[in-house]
Design a protein around this ligand. Structure first.
Ligand code: S3P
Length: 425
């Protein structure tokens, strides 16, 4: 599906952001480990989370939909050997977290994915899982991967990478391993797994950037999922850069390990108010009010990178409208996401008229530049590139065409409807 984006006169109104993708993956997978029934409320309907939901069904869970927003996962007969290879679709989180669950089972199985996922590196989880005793067959650490389930032993792993996917993979393997499993990372990545393990009764301890889990049985407790700050990010930036905007985004997860974008945008002079903070299912949430702002450039590096890793493409769009230079460093892992997001962002924003260059580990953007548009944008099979381009299109002088915009469905099928409800032309 190709779409045209026209210049907007502002965004106005209030929306509720759909459920968090990272937390939905975890809710589905962890429910599958409870041997009981778990009600999940407000889950993400994105294709990635649907890949996880299908896999837990292949592993013996049955699903009952109560209504559009609630379902019950019955894991009484899970986890058992799947009759077919498990399809991870486009989802890195599904693949890496499931590998942690499946490595310690008493059966063999196979994981595969789409073209983009089959190019992504899996050594980051295979290497530490092998230290725990896991057995895999693969070609150059890429999907398809065969897993020979076996008994695992806990390890104390020092990760060179700050990665919630690697951390969660090892913690999931650790739930079913002898002894303790510890994971230490150079900077703290998102901690949804730790919070949900705690919520579901696992034995888990956190000290600085080190997390330790002991063999535990997760308990079946109902889970209510907050809105996705990574989805809200596109609306936040759209309102900040489009003159006359004033919007409220309700029910957004503001977990500190995810909310780096709010800190960075505030340091860029953004008018963002955090309202009515509260807790649901062990996660902090709030409503966010955003008004058009005169932004200024900043430097983004080090410990904040994992706290905003998925938001860098949309932060780059904001930076094109910020006075001065924005430098993004220490983000080399962006090259291993659904696309090489460093090159993709540079190439597509340059087409629109931005002054942007890439470095091995980031981007340098000089603003404020008027974006001209009048061109065709590619998505690189990457939902976040698609949505970032859309937001940039709202301030381009001339319309832009975005090719294959359907990639948005990976995380945010409701995106266009919600945007259309706020945009004034
Ligand atoms: C995710 C972790 C991040 C993020 C991805 C989702 C998760 O990846 O980019 O979209 O749900 O754990 P890394 O942990 O590999 O950086």
């Amino acid at each position: 599906m190709d779409i045209i984006v026209n210049k907007s006169k502002g965004l106005n109104g209030s929306i509720e952001i759909p459920a968090d993708k990272s937390i939905t993956h975890r809710a589905f997978m962890f429910a599958a480990l409870t041997k009981g029934k778990v009600k999940v409320s407000n889950f993400s309907k994105g294709a990635d989370c649907m890949s996880t939901l299908k896999i837990i069904q292949d592993l013996g869970c049955s699903i009952e939909y109560l209504n559009e927003k609630e379902l019950i996962i019955n894991a009484k007969d899970a986890i058992k050997k799947p009759q077919i290879p498990l399809d991870c679709g486009n989802s890195g989180t599904t693949t890496r977290l499931m590998m942690g669950i499946l490595a310690g089972q008493n059966f063999n199985c196979k994981l595969f994915g789409d073209q983009s996922l089959s190019k992504r590196p899996m050594k980051r989880v295979i290497a530490p899982l092998e230290l725990m005793g896991a057995k895999f067959f693969h070609n150059d650490y890429k999907l398809p991967i065969e897993i020979n389930g076996t008994k695992l032993n806990g390890i104390d792993y020092n990760s060179p990478l700050a990665s919630a996917q690697v951390k969660s993979c090892l913690l999931l393997a650790g739930l079913n391993a002898e002894g303790k499993t510890s994971f230490t990372e150079p900077y703290k990545s998102r901690n949804h797994t730790e919070l949900m393990f705690e919520y579901m009764g696992a034995t888990i301890e956190t000290s600085g950037n080190k997390v330790t889990v002991s063999k535990s049985q997760l308990k079946p407790v109902d889970i209510n999922i907050c809105g996705d700050i990574s989805s809200a990010a596109f609306f936040i930036v759209a309102a900040l850069i489009t003159p006359n905007s004033d919007i409220i985004i309700r029910n957004v997860g503001i977990n500190e390990t995810r909310s780096g974008i709010l800190d960075i945008l505030k340091s860029m002079n953004a008018n963002i108010e955090i309202l009515d903070k509260r807790i649901i299912s062990n996660e902090e949430i709030a409503d966010i009010r955003v008004k058009y702002s005169e932004l200024k450039g900043t430097t983004i590096q080090g410990a904040i990178i994992p706290r905003l890793i998925d938001e860098i493409p949309i932060i780059a769009v904001a930076a094109t409208q910020a006075q001065g230079t924005t430098i993004i460093k220490d983000a080399q892992d962006l090259r291993n996401k659904e696309a090489d997001r460093i090159t993709a962002v540079k190439t597509e924003l340059k087409k629109l008229g931005a002054d942007i260059e890439e470095t091995p580990d980031g981007l340098i953007i000089n603003g404020k530049k008027e974006l001209f548009g009048d061109c065709e944008i590619e998505c690189y099979h990457d939902h976040r590139i698609a949505m970032s381009a859309y937001v940039a299109g709202l301030i381009c002088k001339k319309p832009i065409k975005i090719n294959e915009f359907q990639w948005v469905d990976i995380s945010f099928p409701e995106f266009l409807n919600l945007m259309n409800g706020l945009i004034i032309y």
